[in-house]
Design a protein around this ligand. Structure first.
Ligand code: TYC
Length: 104
């Protein structure tokens, strides 16, 4: 086979492989503080992260005890949107709740 055809074949194979790679996932972490109410955190976990009431309670208590915990894992754009939604809602309610992203 001509060299240029073999090269083109390799190039195409590489690009296809890249396209098939699983997109990177990001953990959305909730941080504990002394002022945000437990009730608000549970509401955030249900409303924004679509957790069941039981899951939301367990995640909130884990953050309360250990200082930090995972609210959910998403592709980057969704994770960034969730962080911004949490901050907007917390700001509106005047709670200092913080949340951040961490690559998985
Ligand atoms: N520590 C808070 C309290 O005792 C509750 C809380 C839990 C706050 C989780 C933030 O991410 C958080 N009221």
């Amino acid at each position: 086979m001509a060299d240029y055809i073999a090269q083109a074949g390799k190039g195409a194979a590489l690009k296809d492989k890249e396209k098939l790679e699983r997109p990177r996932r990001y953990k959305v972490l909730l941080l504990n503080d002394d002022y945000t109410t437990m009730e608000f955190v549970v509401e955030v976990l249900q409303g924004i992260f679509k957790r069941t009431p039981d899951e939301a309670m367990a995640i909130m208590l884990n953050v309360h005890k250990n200082g930090m915990g995972v609210a959910g894992v998403y592709v980057k754009s969704i994770a960034e949107t969730k962080v911004s939604q949490v901050h907007k809602l917390a700001q509106r309610m005047e709670f200092p709740l913080r949340c951040t992203l961490e690559a998985e």
